[in-house]
Ligand binder design. Structure first.
Ligand code: 6CS
Length: 285
C-alpha cells in the first residue's frame, strides 16, 4: 500500500494545519541537559507493558521506548537512564512535579496531553485492539459496541487511552475496570472477570503470546486512529527536547532508530510520516 497523502490522513485522521494553543502554568523544578549530564542519568517513567516498556527479572529496563531514550541520551552525553514504573494517569503529574525528567513509556501524543507537557517527535506507533474470549462471544468490534451493551466489562490501564475511549463512548464507569498490568489483564479475561481487554495491538500480542489461553485479538478497533507515542518532557525544557529531537532525527535518517525498535515488533515508517505538531492538533475521530 503506497503512503500517499490520502493514506496518511486516513491512517492518522489529521486535519491539515490546524493549530490549538492552550495556556498552562510552568512546571515545577526540572533538569536541563547540562544538569542531566552532570548527574550522569535521566529519571524516566515507564509502564511495564511489553514490548513498549519492560523490566526484566534481573531488573534490566528495556522495551522499545526506553531503548530509544537510552540511545538518544547516550549520544547527548547522559550515560544512564533510571526508570520507575508508573500508571499512565500518573506520568504527566509526575513529570510536572519533577519526579521524573522524562516519560519514555509509549505515552501517546494527544492534544490534551500536549496542553500539559512537551513531546519529542514520534517514535512508536500502533493501532488499538481488543482481546476477547475465543470466538468473540460478545461480537464486539468497536467502543460503541461496548457502550451499547448492558453487561460487557472492559479492562484498560488506569489513565490510559483505552480507558478514556471507553468512557467517552459512554461505557459506564463501573464497567470500565482498571487493569494494573498486562499479565493481570489476560488472567482477568481468562477468568471471566472482564469480557474485553483493551490495549494497543502489540501489547496484547505480547501478553497473549506469553500467557496463551482461549483468547483472541480483534483489531484494528474500528473508529480509532493509529496512535503514536513520543518521549515527554516538562514544559520549560524545550531546549532539552530540541536536542533530543535532533539526535532522534539523525537516528531515523541513518537507520539506527529502526534497528532498535523493529526487533520489538514496531514498524519505523509510521513514526516518520507524522509530526508531533500534527498529533497535538489532531481532531477526535
Ligand atoms: O499512552 C497511552 O495512553 C497508551 N499507551 C500505551 C503504550 N499503552 C496503553 C496506554 O493507554
Amino acid at each position: 500500500m503506497a503512503w500517499t497523502d490520502s493514506t496518511r490522513s486516513a491512517w492518522f485522521g489529521i486535519a491539515a494545519a490546524a493549530i490549538i494553543t492552550t495556556g498552562f502554568a510552568g512546571p515545577a523544578v526540572s533538569a536541563s541537559l547540562e544538569e542531566l549530564k552532570e548527574q550522569g542519568f535521566a529519571r524516566i517513567a515507564i509502564a511495564n507493558e511489553p514490548p513498549w516498556t519492560e523490566v526484566k527479572a534481573d531488573g534490566k529496563v528495556t522495551g522499545a521506548a526506553p531503548e530509544v531514550a537510552r540511545a538518544v541520551m547516550q549520544k547527548l552525553g547522559v550515560e544512564e537512564i533510571v526508570a520507575s514504573i508508573s500508571e499512565y494517569g500518573a506520568m504527566i503529574p509526575g513529570l510536572q512535579a519533577g519526579r521524573f525528567d522524562m516519560v519514555s513509556a509509549g505515552l501517546f501524543i494527544k492534544p490534551e496531553r500536549c496542553a500539559a507537557v512537551i513531546f519529542s517527535e514520534p517514535d512508536l506507533c500502533d493501532f488499538e485492539a481488543f482481546a476477547v474470549q475465543k470466538g468473540n462471544p460478545t461480537g464486539v468490534a468497536t467502543y460503541a459496541d461496548l457502550a451499547a451493551s448492558d453487561t460487557i466489562r472492559v479492562g484498560a490501564p488506569g489513565g490510559g487511552t483505552e480507558e478514556r475511549l471507553a468512557l467517552e463512548a459512554g461505557v459506564p464507569r463501573d464497567r470500565v475496570i482498571v487493569v494494573p498490568d498486562t499479565q493481570s489483564g489476560v488472567k482477568m479475561l481468562a477468568d471471566g472477570r472482564i469480557d474485553v481487554y483493551a490495549l494497543p495491538y502489540l501489547s496484547l500480542a505480547d501478553a497473549i503470546g506469553k500467557a496463551g489461553g482461549d483468547v483472541e485479538i480483534v483489531g484494528p478497533v474500528e473508529g480509532t486512529p493509529i496512535f503514536c507515542a513520543g518521549t515527554a518532557f516538562p514544559k520549560g525544557q524545550e531546549a532539552l527536547r530540541d536536542e533530543y529531537n535532533k539526535v532522534l532525527a539523525s537516528m531515523k535518517e541513518d537507520g539506527s532508530f529502526a534497528a532498535i525498535i523493529e526487533p520489538f515488533g514496531f514498524n519505523a515508517k509510521p513514526a516518520m510520516l507524522v509530526t508531533t505538531e500534527e498529533l497535538c492538533n489532531r481532531k477526535a475521530e
